[in-house]
Design a protein around this ligand. Structure first.
Ligand code: A8S
Length: 185
């Protein structure tokens, strides 16, 4: 199933944290990313609902109300070249024990209606060093004029970029941390 042969463990995480109720006009999927950095470092980036631009490559700016409480809203500006300019997003769940963040998109000038996502991060060992497996899942309405496959492909492509960037940022910090102290915030 993957390079580390941990398919069974991941299936358990997905069953436990990534169940989405999906209506007929919706699509849902998940992505998995292995990162060569400790779980606490990866989580310190993921948990910052108020600072998604720290790793998400398409976000140019984020303004948030409140801090990291459930129900907090953030307004993100998206870089040019995408079929959107802004998105309004609500914090649904932030679990620092289980390392789970859930966000729902509640507005904005884009085509993702009723988008809801869950991202969870879990420790694993990669080549004898502390590593992290990240799982991100979503559910969203299929826009009129699009197919389920097109919608899934579009969202998966964006999430793939986000997770690749999360890995790059985390791995850079992890390497620095081996010689100098890390400031995770
Ligand atoms: C996330 C996930 C997604 C963000 C999408 C899918 C988005 O920010 C971008 C383009 C769009 O068309 C929709 O976790 C929207 O950020 C990059 C503006 C919501």
């Amino acid at each position: 199933m993957n390079a580390t042969g941990n398919g069974g463990v991941e299936r358990e995480y997905i069953t436990k944290h990534h169940r989405h109720e999906t209506a007929e006009n919706q699509c849902s999927s998940f992505l998995i990313k292995h990162i060569r950095a400790p779980v606490n470092l990866v989580w310190s980036l993921v948990r910052r609902f108020d600072q998604p631009q720290k790793y998400k490559p398409f976000i140019s700016r984020c303004i948030s109300q409140g801090s990291l409480e459930i129900g907090s809203l953030r307004e993100v500006d998206v870089k040019s070249g995408l079929p959107a300019t802004t998105s309004t997003e609500r914090l649904e769940l932030l679990d620092d024990d289980e390392h789970i963040l859930s966000v729902r998109i509640v507005g904005g000038d884009h085509r993702l209606r009723n988008y809801s996502s869950v991202i969870s991060v879990h420790p694993e060992v990669i080549d004898g060093r502390p590593g992290t497996v990240v799982i991100e899942s979503f559910v969203v309405d299929v826009p009129e004029g699009n197919t389920i496959d097109e919608t899934c492909y579009f969202v998966e492509a964006l999430i793939k970029c986000n997770l690749k960037s999360l890995a790059d940022v985390s791995e850079r910090l992890a390497v620095q941390g081996r010689t100098e102290p890390i400031d995770p915030v």
